[in-house]
Write a protein that binds this ligand. Structure first.
Ligand code: GLP
Length: 252
């Protein structure tokens, strides 16, 4: 695991976008695992800027997203499908048929989960998985619990996650209670993982993720078992690691 420490959100976003660009340049037909939430927005803005300057070409790339809310259609402004189009896909030259996201409108959970796992498998797995992190250590929407499903699954969101995500909805009651998420097998199966984090509110969970026990109560702690994880974070997000486990910061 390597931690890249940046002074602020903007430079964290640029550093993470640089790693994604390198991936695309080195393997133009790569499979990118993409994330939603507030954290990746700056990364996507940067990628769009470089694409518009002619420095990046997404034409051969595929993209698989981590998750989608159950009950929201792809044209619903709160859906992650909409988020991805608005914040990235519509501004770059990725082929729409090469972008994948769980279908939140499929009521047949088993069918949707195996359909999505089939897509990941057919693509040959993810080359570079971009991750954000929830305050409780969820990655994708894999919430803390006594066990963690390997494959794509349908999760009931915790109160804390619903609260954290309510800022994207007008009322807390509008936040869906369930979501489809890529499982730990899909995430951990990625050849390389890029975890982006910003702000003091992520500092404690980043510390627990990388210096705590590996436990299902902190799903992100599984990342300790992956051989190629790059964390790109700003000073604020790394403040607890800097205080309690500074050794992690100097690892190559
Ligand atoms: C949601 C997403 C996660 C994301 C998390 C953190 O729950 N499903 O993939 O990592 O939010 O979001 P933010 O980056 O806004 O803190």
């Amino acid at each position: 695991m390597r931690i890249i420490c940046e002074p602020d959100y903007e430079s964290m976003s640029r550093a993470a976008a640089n790693i994604i660009s390198a991936q695309i340049i080195l393997k133009p037909d790569c499979v990118l695992g993409l994330a939603t939430g507030g954290t990746p927005l700056g990364i996507y803005r940067q990628l769009i800027e470089w694409y518009k300057k002619g420095d990046l070409d997404f034409s051969e790339c595929s993209a698989v997203n981590l998750d989608e809310y159950c009950g929201l259609a792809a044209d619903d402004a709160q859906s992650y499908a909409y988020f991805m189009r608005e914040n990235l896909f519509e501004h770059i030259n990725i082929a729409p048929e090469k972008t994948f996201i769980p279908n939140g409108m499929n009521p047949d959970t088993e069918n949707e989960c195996s359909r999505y796992d089939g897509i990941i498998e057919r693509l040959g797995g993810v080359d570079l998985q971009l991750l954000g992190i929830g305050h409780n250590g969820h990655i994708g929407f894999n919430e803390p619990g006594s066990s963690l499903p390997g494959g794509t699954n349908c999760v009931t969101l915790t109160k804390r996650t619903i609260e954290a995500n309510r800022r994207f909805f007008s009322r807390v009651e509008d936040v869906p209670q369930k979501a489809y998420t890529m499982g730990l097998k899909g995430i951990m199966g990625a050849k390389r993982i890029l975890l982006a984090a910003s702000g003091e509110s992520k500092a404690e969970i980043l510390y627990r993720t990388f210096d705590g026990l590996i436990e299902t109560d902190v799903p992100s702690s599984m990342l300790q078992l992956h051989g190629d994880v790059i964390v790109v974070a700003d000073e604020a997000a790394l403040s607890v690691i800097r205080k309690k486990a500074p050794g992690l910061l100097s690892r190559g």
